[in-house]
Design a protein around this ligand. Structure first.
Ligand SMILES: NC(=O)c1ccc[n+]([C@@H]2O[C@H](COP(=O)([O-])OP(=O)(O)OC[C@H]3O[C@@H](n4cnc5c(N)ncnc54)[C@H](O)[C@@H]3O)[C@@H](O)[C@H]2O)c1
Length: 351
């Protein structure tokens, strides 16, 4: 199968590229390598993958790579509220305009399937357990861009089969390592300086291992019809406090460092049902939180990751550097302006 991974040199994308190439797919990765870390695609990606350095808001690049593709997968964008809050207009261009432009190109090229990476962040804060039919409750810019993209993509894609993957918070190892999400951050800090930073602790957060996400993607490529799936497993619904305690159990000598009761920057709190995915793919998402913690603890303990606080591991800090060095900026093309206006029409004026 000819598969195009838009944003395929990132944390999840580089693991996905490796797996799909090993499965015999013809993989093309498009990525702007927007984070300021001198990434070498030759080290991040297997030699058999084609790499195109380009901007996912560029319709010419999107048109070229979509021609002849069986599947286009969009996993680019800014991840998480802190990165998106850095520049709302940029976040709207990368997280809303880019996937819509990719869908336009997919329609013109008549591709066989479009896969969009969304997030359980669309649920925001909810009592009880949420599933794919629960109304969205976006609490910030990141979640709003995902909600709007999910809503508009099927309209743009028309008869092209569409898969929407709403990921739980991802943990585990990748060639393009991130340490800024909860499990990876707590574990790397526990090993590096013996403390596990914890704000609040009561918020519920589902988790999924990066290899399991990629296994779901690989299976989704060949399934017929339209799908929206929460990606994770019911067993991996945790609270932030449980995650910290599990890190404390695995990393000997590390202790929890209790901070302010509620993390105002990230008020997400939800328990997610993964029953729909389990029915479609019964054997996926079996990696445990403990396994992910052990992986991260090992690379920090062995010095493969030298300084977990280096901005290269943190999308928010990396984005600030990328903006300061003009590696990424608001484009303001006619398409971006039009799609930004759609976002403003739904959610109000961006700063
Ligand atoms: N990691 C998680 O915990 C998580 C959870 C839920 C959803 N997701 C979703 O999964 C997807 C992948 O996440 P990730 O953790 O791999 O993120 P990542 O930041 O590691 O990767 C994103 C990649 O997209 C590229 N990119 C972004 N905008 C671009 C543009 N305009 N042009 C060219 N390249 C561009 C970046 O260079 C980067 O390599 C995202 O859509 C994210 O919202 C991730």
């Amino acid at each position: 199968m000819r598969v195009v991974l838009l944003g395929g040199a990132g944390y999840i994308g580089s693991v996905a590229t490796d797996r799909l190439v090993r499965q015999g797919h013809d993989v093309t990765v498009v990525d702007g390598l927007i984070y300021n870390r001198n990434d070498d695609p030759g080290e991040l990606l297997p030699a058999a993958a084609k790499f195109v350095q380009g901007d996912l808001r560029d319709p010419v690049v999107l048109g070229e790579v979509s021609a002849g593709a069986d599947v286009v997968v969009h996993l680019g964008g800014l991840v998480g509220e802190p990165a998106c809050a850095t520049d709302e207009r940029l976040a709207v261009e990368l997280n809303y305009a880019a996937p819509i432009l990719a869908a336009d190109s997919a329609v013109q090229a008549d591709v066989g399937r479009f896969v969009f990476f969304s997030s359980c962040s669309v649920y925001g804060r909810h009592e009880g357990t949420v599933d794919e039919d629960t109304p969205a409750n976006p609490l910030g810019i990141y979640a709003r861009t995902k909600v709007l993209a999910e809503r508009r993509l099927p309209e743009v894609l028309g008869s092209i089969p569409t898969t929407i993957l709403r990921l739980a918070t991802v943990h585990g190892l990748s060639p393009r390592q991130r340490l800024d999400s909860v499990v990876n951050r707590m574990t790397s800090r526990a090993v590096a300086d013996g403390r596990i930073p914890l704000n609040g602790g009561g918020q519920r957060r589902p988790l999924v291992h990066v290899n399991d996400v990629v296994q779901v993607l690989a299976k989704a490529l060949t399934m017929t019809g339209d799908h929206v799936w929460n990606v994770g497993s019911d067993q991996e619904n945790h609270t932030i406090g449980d995650i910290a305690k599990t890190v404390e159990d695995v990393v000997s000598l590390a202790v929890i460092d209790y901070g302010p009761e509620l993390d105002e920057a990230d008020a997400r709190d939800y328990r997610v049902s993964f029953a729909r995915l389990r029915e479609a793919m019964p054997e996926v998402c079996s990696t445990t939180l403990k396994q992910g913690i052990q992986e991260i603890a090992t690379v920090v303990a062995e010095g493969i990751v030298k300084d977990p606080q280096d901005p290269q591991y943190d999308n928010h800090a990396g984005l600030r550097l990328a903006i300061a060095s003009d590696r990424v900026a608001v484009l303001g093309s006619q398409d971006c302006k039009r799609l930004h206006a759609e976002y403003v029409g739904v959610f109000g004026d961006a700063r």
